[in-house]
Design a protein around this ligand. Structure first.
Ligand code: MN
Length: 513
Protein backbone atom coordinates (compact mmCIF):
# COMPACT_ATOMS: atom_id res chain seq x y z
CA UNK A 1 0.00 0.00 0.00
CA UNK A 2 1.12 3.54 -0.75
CA UNK A 3 1.58 5.77 2.28
CA UNK A 4 -0.37 8.72 0.87
CA UNK A 5 -3.39 6.44 0.36
CA UNK A 6 -3.21 4.70 3.76
CA UNK A 7 -6.00 6.71 5.32
CA UNK A 8 -8.28 6.51 2.32
CA UNK A 9 -10.64 3.90 0.96
CA UNK A 10 -13.19 3.49 -1.79
CA UNK A 11 -16.66 2.19 -1.04
CA UNK A 12 -18.38 -0.42 -3.15
CA UNK A 13 -22.18 -0.41 -3.08
CA UNK A 14 -24.27 -2.96 -4.94
CA UNK A 15 -27.70 -2.05 -6.15
CA UNK A 16 -30.46 -4.63 -5.78
CA UNK A 17 -34.09 -4.82 -4.69
CA UNK A 18 -36.21 -7.17 -2.64
CA UNK A 19 -38.58 -8.12 -5.50
CA UNK A 20 -36.88 -11.48 -6.01
CA UNK A 21 -36.80 -12.38 -2.32
CA UNK A 22 -34.19 -12.47 0.42
CA UNK A 23 -32.32 -15.44 -1.02
CA UNK A 24 -31.55 -13.54 -4.19
CA UNK A 25 -30.19 -10.62 -2.16
CA UNK A 26 -28.01 -13.01 -0.15
CA UNK A 27 -26.52 -14.30 -3.38
CA UNK A 28 -26.03 -10.76 -4.64
CA UNK A 29 -24.24 -10.03 -1.40
CA UNK A 30 -21.89 -13.01 -1.59
CA UNK A 31 -21.07 -12.34 -5.26
CA UNK A 32 -20.33 -8.68 -4.43
CA UNK A 33 -18.08 -9.70 -1.57
CA UNK A 34 -16.15 -12.04 -3.81
CA UNK A 35 -15.78 -9.35 -6.45
CA UNK A 36 -14.50 -6.75 -3.99
CA UNK A 37 -12.01 -9.27 -2.59
CA UNK A 38 -10.91 -10.03 -6.14
CA UNK A 39 -10.44 -6.35 -6.98
CA UNK A 40 -8.39 -5.82 -3.83
CA UNK A 41 -6.30 -8.93 -4.45
CA UNK A 42 -5.60 -7.96 -8.07
CA UNK A 43 -2.80 -5.61 -7.03
CA UNK A 44 -4.00 -3.20 -9.72
CA UNK A 45 -5.89 -0.78 -7.48
CA UNK A 46 -3.77 1.21 -4.99
CA UNK A 47 -6.65 2.20 -2.69
CA UNK A 48 -8.45 -0.33 -0.52
CA UNK A 49 -12.01 -1.05 -1.67
CA UNK A 50 -14.50 -1.63 1.11
CA UNK A 51 -17.72 -3.48 0.43
CA UNK A 52 -20.65 -1.63 1.98
CA UNK A 53 -23.39 -4.14 1.23
CA UNK A 54 -26.42 -4.09 -0.98
CA UNK A 55 -28.73 -1.11 -1.24
CA UNK A 56 -32.30 -2.33 -1.66
CA UNK A 57 -34.41 0.76 -1.10
CA UNK A 58 -34.42 4.53 -1.31
CA UNK A 59 -33.76 4.77 2.43
CA UNK A 60 -30.77 2.42 2.23
CA UNK A 61 -29.29 4.28 -0.73
CA UNK A 62 -29.67 7.62 1.00
CA UNK A 63 -28.13 6.26 4.20
CA UNK A 64 -25.02 4.90 2.51
CA UNK A 65 -24.47 8.05 0.44
CA UNK A 66 -24.75 10.28 3.51
CA UNK A 67 -22.41 7.98 5.43
CA UNK A 68 -19.89 8.32 2.58
CA UNK A 69 -20.15 12.11 2.73
CA UNK A 70 -19.44 12.09 6.43
CA UNK A 71 -16.58 9.59 6.42
CA UNK A 72 -13.23 11.30 5.98
CA UNK A 73 -11.63 8.06 4.81
CA UNK A 74 -14.08 7.58 1.93
CA UNK A 75 -12.55 9.00 -1.24
CA UNK A 76 -15.39 7.91 -3.49
CA UNK A 77 -18.11 5.38 -4.22
CA UNK A 78 -18.29 2.58 -6.79
CA UNK A 79 -21.78 1.45 -7.67
CA UNK A 80 -22.83 -1.69 -9.52
CA UNK A 81 -26.32 -3.02 -10.18
CA UNK A 82 -26.26 -6.80 -9.86
CA UNK A 83 -30.01 -7.15 -10.26
CA UNK A 84 -32.46 -4.66 -11.64
CA UNK A 85 -32.45 -1.77 -9.17
CA UNK A 86 -35.27 0.62 -10.04
CA UNK A 87 -33.51 3.94 -10.25
CA UNK A 88 -36.11 6.14 -8.58
CA UNK A 89 -34.77 4.61 -5.37
CA UNK A 90 -31.39 6.22 -6.16
CA UNK A 91 -32.72 9.79 -6.55
CA UNK A 92 -32.45 11.00 -2.96
CA UNK A 93 -29.13 9.31 -2.38
CA UNK A 94 -27.63 10.80 -5.55
CA UNK A 95 -28.98 14.21 -4.56
CA UNK A 96 -27.11 13.90 -1.29
CA UNK A 97 -23.85 12.42 -2.64
CA UNK A 98 -20.87 14.75 -2.46
CA UNK A 99 -18.12 12.19 -3.09
CA UNK A 100 -16.78 11.11 -6.50
CA UNK A 101 -18.82 8.38 -8.18
CA UNK A 102 -17.71 5.52 -10.39
CA UNK A 103 -20.35 3.41 -12.06
CA UNK A 104 -18.94 -0.02 -12.81
CA UNK A 105 -20.83 -1.82 -15.57
CA UNK A 106 -19.74 -5.39 -15.04
CA UNK A 107 -21.22 -8.78 -14.27
CA UNK A 108 -20.46 -11.52 -11.75
CA UNK A 109 -20.01 -14.26 -14.35
CA UNK A 110 -17.97 -13.70 -17.47
CA UNK A 111 -19.86 -15.84 -19.94
CA UNK A 112 -23.43 -17.03 -20.21
CA UNK A 113 -23.72 -20.55 -18.68
CA UNK A 114 -25.41 -21.81 -21.84
CA UNK A 115 -26.44 -25.25 -20.61
CA UNK A 116 -27.69 -24.06 -17.19
CA UNK A 117 -29.22 -20.66 -17.83
CA UNK A 118 -32.86 -20.39 -16.67
CA UNK A 119 -35.25 -17.75 -15.33
CA UNK A 120 -33.73 -17.84 -11.80
CA UNK A 121 -30.37 -17.01 -13.31
CA UNK A 122 -31.94 -14.16 -15.26
CA UNK A 123 -33.62 -12.72 -12.19
CA UNK A 124 -30.28 -12.54 -10.42
CA UNK A 125 -27.81 -11.53 -13.13
CA UNK A 126 -29.33 -8.35 -14.44
CA UNK A 127 -26.43 -5.92 -14.77
CA UNK A 128 -27.13 -5.63 -18.48
CA UNK A 129 -30.32 -3.70 -17.86
CA UNK A 130 -29.86 -2.79 -14.18
CA UNK A 131 -26.80 -0.70 -14.95
CA UNK A 132 -28.60 0.95 -17.87
CA UNK A 133 -31.44 1.99 -15.56
CA UNK A 134 -28.91 3.42 -13.09
CA UNK A 135 -27.07 5.22 -15.88
CA UNK A 136 -30.30 6.85 -16.98
CA UNK A 137 -31.05 8.42 -13.63
CA UNK A 138 -27.44 9.68 -13.31
CA UNK A 139 -27.68 11.30 -16.72
CA UNK A 140 -31.13 12.72 -16.06
CA UNK A 141 -29.89 14.19 -12.75
CA UNK A 142 -26.65 15.43 -14.38
CA UNK A 143 -24.57 13.51 -11.87
CA UNK A 144 -20.83 13.73 -12.68
CA UNK A 145 -19.30 10.25 -12.71
CA UNK A 146 -16.95 7.88 -14.46
CA UNK A 147 -18.44 4.89 -16.23
CA UNK A 148 -16.12 1.87 -16.45
CA UNK A 149 -17.28 -1.03 -18.58
CA UNK A 150 -15.52 -4.38 -18.38
CA UNK A 151 -15.26 -7.71 -16.63
CA UNK A 152 -14.21 -7.28 -13.00
CA UNK A 153 -11.32 -9.76 -13.32
CA UNK A 154 -9.97 -7.99 -16.40
CA UNK A 155 -6.84 -5.92 -15.73
CA UNK A 156 -7.91 -3.27 -18.26
CA UNK A 157 -11.10 -2.55 -16.30
CA UNK A 158 -9.24 -2.73 -12.98
CA UNK A 159 -6.69 -0.19 -14.18
CA UNK A 160 -9.45 2.22 -15.17
CA UNK A 161 -10.80 1.94 -11.64
CA UNK A 162 -7.25 2.51 -10.37
CA UNK A 163 -6.96 5.76 -12.32
CA UNK A 164 -10.22 7.00 -10.86
CA UNK A 165 -9.18 5.92 -7.35
CA UNK A 166 -5.85 7.73 -7.60
CA UNK A 167 -7.63 10.87 -8.80
CA UNK A 168 -10.18 10.55 -5.99
CA UNK A 169 -7.24 10.44 -3.57
CA UNK A 170 -5.86 13.60 -5.20
CA UNK A 171 -9.22 15.34 -4.93
CA UNK A 172 -9.57 14.30 -1.28
CA UNK A 173 -6.08 15.68 -0.63
CA UNK A 174 -6.83 18.92 -2.51
CA UNK A 175 -9.50 19.74 0.07
CA UNK A 176 -6.77 19.73 2.71
CA UNK A 177 -4.16 21.66 0.73
CA UNK A 178 -3.04 24.97 2.11
CA UNK A 179 -0.78 26.83 -0.31
CA UNK A 180 1.42 29.57 1.16
CA UNK A 181 2.33 32.48 -1.08
CA UNK A 182 5.69 33.92 -0.03
CA UNK A 183 5.08 37.26 -1.68
CA UNK A 184 2.32 37.90 -4.20
CA UNK A 185 2.26 36.75 -7.80
CA UNK A 186 4.53 38.80 -10.03
CA UNK A 187 3.41 42.25 -11.06
CA UNK A 188 1.15 42.42 -14.10
CA UNK A 189 1.22 38.69 -14.88
CA UNK A 190 -2.30 37.64 -15.90
CA UNK A 191 -2.09 33.90 -16.34
CA UNK A 192 -0.77 33.14 -12.85
CA UNK A 193 -3.56 35.12 -11.22
CA UNK A 194 -7.26 34.44 -10.79
CA UNK A 195 -10.13 34.04 -8.38
CA UNK A 196 -8.83 32.32 -5.26
CA UNK A 197 -12.27 32.20 -3.66
CA UNK A 198 -13.79 30.36 -6.61
CA UNK A 199 -10.68 28.15 -6.71
CA UNK A 200 -11.33 27.01 -3.15
CA UNK A 201 -15.06 26.51 -3.77
CA UNK A 202 -14.46 24.40 -6.86
CA UNK A 203 -11.23 22.59 -6.15
CA UNK A 204 -10.78 22.79 -2.40
CA UNK A 205 -7.32 24.39 -2.32
CA UNK A 206 -6.87 27.13 0.25
CA UNK A 207 -4.34 29.74 -0.87
CA UNK A 208 -2.90 32.10 1.75
CA UNK A 209 -0.49 34.98 1.71
CA UNK A 210 2.39 34.36 4.14
CA UNK A 211 4.64 37.28 5.10
CA UNK A 212 8.21 36.88 3.90
CA UNK A 213 9.29 38.73 7.06
CA UNK A 214 7.88 35.82 9.12
CA UNK A 215 9.71 33.33 6.91
CA UNK A 216 12.89 35.28 7.65
CA UNK A 217 12.34 34.78 11.37
CA UNK A 218 12.60 31.05 10.71
CA UNK A 219 15.64 31.55 8.48
CA UNK A 220 17.47 33.47 11.19
CA UNK A 221 16.94 30.64 13.66
CA UNK A 222 18.39 27.83 11.53
CA UNK A 223 21.66 26.76 13.18
CA UNK A 224 24.92 26.13 11.37
CA UNK A 225 24.90 22.57 12.68
CA UNK A 226 21.48 21.86 11.13
CA UNK A 227 22.59 23.38 7.84
CA UNK A 228 25.82 21.36 7.83
CA UNK A 229 23.91 18.13 8.40
CA UNK A 230 21.72 18.89 5.40
CA UNK A 231 24.77 19.73 3.27
CA UNK A 232 26.09 16.25 4.10
CA UNK A 233 22.85 14.83 2.70
CA UNK A 234 23.37 16.87 -0.49
CA UNK A 235 26.85 15.37 -0.80
CA UNK A 236 25.40 11.87 -0.64
CA UNK A 237 22.60 12.51 -3.12
CA UNK A 238 24.18 14.71 -5.77
CA UNK A 239 27.37 15.09 -7.75
CA UNK A 240 29.32 18.01 -6.27
CA UNK A 241 30.50 20.23 -9.11
CA UNK A 242 32.49 23.34 -8.19
CA UNK A 243 32.91 25.70 -11.13
CA UNK A 244 33.78 29.33 -11.67
CA UNK A 245 32.43 30.46 -8.30
CA UNK A 246 35.32 28.72 -6.51
CA UNK A 247 35.23 26.54 -3.38
CA UNK A 248 34.54 29.26 -0.81
CA UNK A 249 31.59 30.82 -2.58
CA UNK A 250 30.29 27.37 -3.60
CA UNK A 251 30.05 26.04 -0.06
CA UNK A 252 28.75 29.33 1.34
CA UNK A 253 25.93 29.34 -1.21
CA UNK A 254 25.13 25.66 -0.76
CA UNK A 255 25.06 26.07 3.00
CA UNK A 256 22.78 29.12 2.82
CA UNK A 257 20.52 27.16 0.46
CA UNK A 258 20.32 24.45 3.10
CA UNK A 259 19.32 27.08 5.64
CA UNK A 260 16.61 28.36 3.32
CA UNK A 261 15.35 24.82 2.82
CA UNK A 262 15.15 24.19 6.55
CA UNK A 263 13.34 27.49 7.10
CA UNK A 264 10.82 26.65 4.38
CA UNK A 265 10.31 23.13 5.72
CA UNK A 266 9.63 24.43 9.23
CA UNK A 267 7.16 27.08 8.09
CA UNK A 268 5.27 24.59 5.92
CA UNK A 269 5.12 22.12 8.78
CA UNK A 270 4.07 24.68 11.38
CA UNK A 271 1.41 26.08 9.07
CA UNK A 272 0.16 22.68 7.88
CA UNK A 273 0.85 23.69 4.30
CA UNK A 274 1.66 21.31 1.42
CA UNK A 275 2.23 23.84 -1.36
CA UNK A 276 3.94 27.20 -1.73
CA UNK A 277 4.93 29.89 -4.19
CA UNK A 278 7.89 32.23 -4.28
CA UNK A 279 8.53 35.63 -5.83
CA UNK A 280 12.09 36.44 -6.90
CA UNK A 281 11.61 40.13 -6.08
CA UNK A 282 10.60 39.40 -2.49
CA UNK A 283 13.34 37.59 -0.58
CA UNK A 284 13.40 39.49 2.71
CA UNK A 285 15.09 42.83 3.31
CA UNK A 286 15.79 44.66 0.07
CA UNK A 287 19.07 46.28 1.07
CA UNK A 288 21.77 43.69 1.71
CA UNK A 289 24.07 46.36 3.18
CA UNK A 290 21.56 47.54 5.77
CA UNK A 291 22.44 46.94 9.44
CA UNK A 292 20.63 43.84 10.79
CA UNK A 293 19.96 42.70 7.22
CA UNK A 294 17.72 39.65 7.15
CA UNK A 295 16.90 37.98 3.87
CA UNK A 296 17.72 35.06 1.61
CA UNK A 297 21.05 35.71 -0.11
CA UNK A 298 19.80 33.94 -3.26
CA UNK A 299 16.56 32.63 -4.73
CA UNK A 300 15.78 29.43 -2.75
CA UNK A 301 15.64 27.34 -5.93
CA UNK A 302 17.46 24.30 -4.58
CA UNK A 303 14.94 24.10 -1.74
CA UNK A 304 12.03 24.30 -4.19
CA UNK A 305 13.53 21.51 -6.28
CA UNK A 306 13.98 19.21 -3.32
CA UNK A 307 10.61 19.96 -1.72
CA UNK A 308 8.82 19.22 -4.99
CA UNK A 309 10.33 15.74 -5.00
CA UNK A 310 8.70 15.15 -1.61
CA UNK A 311 5.30 16.21 -2.87
CA UNK A 312 5.24 19.83 -1.81
CA UNK A 313 3.40 21.78 -4.50
CA UNK A 314 5.47 24.56 -6.01
CA UNK A 315 4.74 27.45 -8.33
CA UNK A 316 7.31 30.07 -9.28
CA UNK A 317 6.52 33.79 -9.42
CA UNK A 318 3.48 33.39 -7.22
CA UNK A 319 1.78 30.85 -9.47
CA UNK A 320 -0.57 29.38 -6.88
CA UNK A 321 -2.72 27.47 -9.38
CA UNK A 322 0.24 25.49 -10.71
CA UNK A 323 1.59 24.94 -7.18
CA UNK A 324 -1.72 23.37 -6.15
CA UNK A 325 -2.06 21.35 -9.34
CA UNK A 326 1.47 20.00 -8.93
CA UNK A 327 0.65 18.85 -5.39
CA UNK A 328 -2.37 16.92 -6.71
CA UNK A 329 -0.35 15.48 -9.58
CA UNK A 330 2.23 14.18 -7.10
CA UNK A 331 -0.45 12.59 -4.91
CA UNK A 332 -2.19 10.95 -7.89
CA UNK A 333 1.04 9.50 -9.23
CA UNK A 334 2.45 8.04 -6.01
CA UNK A 335 4.29 4.80 -6.62
CA UNK A 336 4.54 5.33 -10.38
CA UNK A 337 8.07 5.20 -11.76
CA UNK A 338 9.14 8.24 -13.79
CA UNK A 339 8.13 11.31 -11.82
CA UNK A 340 6.63 14.75 -12.24
CA UNK A 341 7.74 18.39 -12.16
CA UNK A 342 6.81 22.01 -12.41
CA UNK A 343 8.01 23.24 -15.82
CA UNK A 344 8.03 26.38 -17.90
CA UNK A 345 7.99 26.89 -21.66
CA UNK A 346 11.43 28.39 -22.00
CA UNK A 347 12.54 28.77 -25.57
CA UNK A 348 11.55 27.38 -28.99
CA UNK A 349 13.61 25.16 -31.23
CA UNK A 350 12.46 25.27 -34.86
CA UNK A 351 13.77 22.18 -36.59
CA UNK A 352 11.23 20.97 -39.15
CA UNK A 353 9.16 18.00 -38.01
CA UNK A 354 11.33 17.70 -34.85
CA UNK A 355 10.56 21.26 -33.74
CA UNK A 356 10.38 21.35 -29.97
CA UNK A 357 10.19 23.57 -26.90
CA UNK A 358 12.84 23.68 -24.19
CA UNK A 359 11.31 23.26 -20.73
CA UNK A 360 13.13 24.69 -17.79
CA UNK A 361 13.08 27.41 -15.21
CA UNK A 362 15.81 29.56 -13.85
CA UNK A 363 16.18 26.98 -11.08
CA UNK A 364 13.07 25.15 -10.02
CA UNK A 365 12.70 21.78 -11.75
CA UNK A 366 11.97 18.63 -9.75
CA UNK A 367 14.86 16.12 -9.67
CA UNK A 368 12.40 13.21 -9.89
CA UNK A 369 12.41 13.64 -13.68
CA UNK A 370 16.23 13.59 -13.97
CA UNK A 371 17.71 10.99 -16.31
CA UNK A 372 20.82 10.74 -14.17
CA UNK A 373 22.25 11.76 -10.79
CA UNK A 374 21.76 15.56 -10.55
CA UNK A 375 24.79 17.81 -10.25
CA UNK A 376 24.81 20.40 -7.47
CA UNK A 377 26.20 23.58 -9.02
CA UNK A 378 26.56 27.25 -8.12
CA UNK A 379 26.39 29.92 -10.83
CA UNK A 380 25.59 33.58 -11.12
CA UNK A 381 21.89 34.33 -11.62
CA UNK A 382 21.21 37.87 -12.82
CA UNK A 383 17.47 38.05 -12.19
CA UNK A 384 15.38 39.21 -9.26
CA UNK A 385 16.22 41.34 -6.27
CA UNK A 386 19.42 39.36 -5.52
CA UNK A 387 21.73 39.13 -8.48
CA UNK A 388 23.91 36.48 -6.91
CA UNK A 389 25.79 33.23 -7.17
CA UNK A 390 22.96 30.72 -6.70
CA UNK A 391 22.87 26.98 -5.92
CA UNK A 392 20.78 24.63 -8.07
CA UNK A 393 20.48 21.03 -9.22
CA UNK A 394 21.39 20.59 -12.87
CA UNK A 395 20.24 17.68 -15.02
CA UNK A 396 18.37 16.78 -18.17
CA UNK A 397 15.10 14.92 -18.09
CA UNK A 398 14.25 11.37 -19.01
CA UNK A 399 12.94 10.87 -22.54
CA UNK A 400 9.55 9.45 -23.52
CA UNK A 401 5.91 10.45 -23.61
CA UNK A 402 4.29 12.46 -20.85
CA UNK A 403 1.55 15.00 -20.26
CA UNK A 404 1.58 18.66 -19.25
CA UNK A 405 -1.39 20.24 -17.52
CA UNK A 406 -2.54 23.59 -16.27
CA UNK A 407 -5.62 25.30 -14.87
CA UNK A 408 -6.54 28.75 -16.13
CA UNK A 409 -9.19 31.13 -14.85
CA UNK A 410 -11.41 32.29 -17.74
CA UNK A 411 -13.48 34.67 -15.64
CA UNK A 412 -16.61 32.53 -15.55
CA UNK A 413 -14.91 29.17 -14.99
CA UNK A 414 -11.69 27.23 -14.61
CA UNK A 415 -10.39 25.34 -17.62
CA UNK A 416 -8.02 22.41 -17.22
CA UNK A 417 -5.83 22.01 -20.29
CA UNK A 418 -3.86 18.79 -20.75
CA UNK A 419 -1.46 18.16 -23.59
CA UNK A 420 0.44 15.03 -24.57
CA UNK A 421 4.13 15.70 -25.20
CA UNK A 422 7.15 13.66 -26.23
CA UNK A 423 10.36 14.38 -24.30
CA UNK A 424 13.39 14.00 -26.54
CA UNK A 425 17.13 14.11 -26.02
CA UNK A 426 18.46 17.68 -25.84
CA UNK A 427 21.91 18.79 -26.95
CA UNK A 428 24.44 19.88 -24.32
CA UNK A 429 24.01 23.50 -23.15
CA UNK A 430 27.31 24.30 -21.43
CA UNK A 431 26.35 27.93 -20.88
CA UNK A 432 22.87 27.30 -19.48
CA UNK A 433 23.48 25.38 -16.26
CA UNK A 434 19.87 24.62 -15.30
CA UNK A 435 17.70 21.52 -15.16
CA UNK A 436 15.69 21.05 -18.33
CA UNK A 437 13.52 18.91 -20.56
CA UNK A 438 12.96 19.18 -24.29
CA UNK A 439 9.62 18.18 -25.73
CA UNK A 440 7.55 18.03 -28.88
CA UNK A 441 3.94 18.96 -28.16
CA UNK A 442 1.46 16.54 -29.75
CA UNK A 443 0.27 16.09 -32.42
CA UNK A 444 2.96 18.31 -33.91
CA UNK A 445 4.80 21.30 -32.57
CA UNK A 446 2.75 23.71 -34.71
CA UNK A 447 -0.70 22.27 -33.95
CA UNK A 448 0.10 21.45 -30.33
CA UNK A 449 1.54 24.82 -29.40
CA UNK A 450 -1.20 26.57 -31.40
CA UNK A 451 -3.98 24.71 -29.64
CA UNK A 452 -2.41 25.42 -26.22
CA UNK A 453 -2.36 29.14 -27.03
CA UNK A 454 -5.95 29.10 -28.32
CA UNK A 455 -7.05 27.39 -25.09
CA UNK A 456 -5.43 30.20 -23.09
CA UNK A 457 -2.80 27.95 -21.50
CA UNK A 458 -0.05 29.05 -19.15
CA UNK A 459 3.71 29.18 -19.66
CA UNK A 460 3.97 27.16 -16.42
CA UNK A 461 2.70 23.62 -16.21
CA UNK A 462 2.53 20.52 -14.02
CA UNK A 463 4.17 17.72 -15.98
CA UNK A 464 4.21 13.93 -15.51
CA UNK A 465 5.55 10.93 -17.41
CA UNK A 466 3.38 8.50 -15.51
CA UNK A 467 -0.18 9.67 -15.82
CA UNK A 468 -2.40 10.09 -18.86
CA UNK A 469 -5.18 12.41 -19.97
CA UNK A 470 -7.64 9.97 -18.40
CA UNK A 471 -6.46 11.16 -14.95
CA UNK A 472 -7.03 14.82 -15.73
CA UNK A 473 -10.36 14.02 -17.33
CA UNK A 474 -11.44 12.26 -14.13
CA UNK A 475 -10.11 15.16 -12.06
CA UNK A 476 -12.12 17.70 -14.07
CA UNK A 477 -15.22 15.50 -13.83
CA UNK A 478 -14.93 15.23 -10.04
CA UNK A 479 -14.34 18.94 -9.53
CA UNK A 480 -16.80 20.16 -12.14
CA UNK A 481 -14.35 22.20 -14.18
CA UNK A 482 -13.85 22.33 -17.94
CA UNK A 483 -11.43 19.86 -19.51
CA UNK A 484 -9.74 20.04 -22.90
CA UNK A 485 -7.11 17.60 -24.14
CA UNK A 486 -4.61 18.26 -26.90
CA UNK A 487 -3.57 14.87 -28.28
CA UNK A 488 -2.30 13.11 -31.38
CA UNK A 489 -5.83 13.42 -32.80
CA UNK A 490 -6.21 17.19 -32.32
CA UNK A 491 -6.76 19.46 -35.29
CA UNK A 492 -6.98 23.22 -34.92
CA UNK A 493 -10.33 23.24 -36.70
CA UNK A 494 -11.98 20.73 -34.37
CA UNK A 495 -10.28 22.19 -31.30
CA UNK A 496 -11.62 25.67 -32.01
CA UNK A 497 -15.09 24.20 -32.40
CA UNK A 498 -14.75 22.46 -29.03
CA UNK A 499 -13.70 25.70 -27.34
CA UNK A 500 -16.66 27.55 -28.88
CA UNK A 501 -19.14 24.85 -27.87
CA UNK A 502 -17.73 24.77 -24.33
CA UNK A 503 -18.16 28.53 -24.13
CA UNK A 504 -21.89 28.14 -24.70
CA UNK A 505 -22.17 25.09 -22.44
CA UNK A 506 -20.58 26.83 -19.47
CA UNK A 507 -22.58 30.02 -19.98
CA UNK A 508 -25.81 28.00 -19.92
CA UNK A 509 -24.57 25.80 -17.11
CA UNK A 510 -23.91 28.84 -14.98
CA UNK A 511 -27.30 30.31 -15.85
CA UNK A 512 -29.07 27.07 -14.88
CA UNK A 513 -27.42 26.85 -11.46
MN1 MN B 1 8.27 31.24 -14.46
Amino acid sequence: MIREYDNLEVWFVTGAQLLYGGDAVKQVDSHSREMVEGLNASGNIPLRIVYKGTANSSKEVEAVMKAANNDGKCAGIITWMHTFSPAKMWIKGLQALEKPLLHFHTQYNAEIPWDKIDMDFMNLNQSAHGDIEFGHICTRMRIPRKVVVGYWKDAVAQKKIAVWARVAAGVADARNVRCLMFGMNMNNVAVTDGDRVEFEQRLGYHVDYYPVSSLMEYYKKVTDADADALVEEYKRLYTIKVDESGEDVYWEKVRNSAKAELALRRVLEDEGATAFTTNFDDLGDADVDAPDFCGFDQIPGLASQRLMAEGIGFGAEGDWKTACLYRTLWVMSQGLPKGCSFLEDYTLNFAGDRSSCLQSHMLEICPMIASDKPKLEVHFLGIGIRKQQTARLVFTSKTGFGIKATVVDLGNRFRLIAQDVECIEPKPMPNLPVASALWIPQPTFETGAGAWILAGGTHHSAFSYDITAEYWEDFAEMTGIEFVHISKDTTIESFKKELRINEVYYMLNKALK
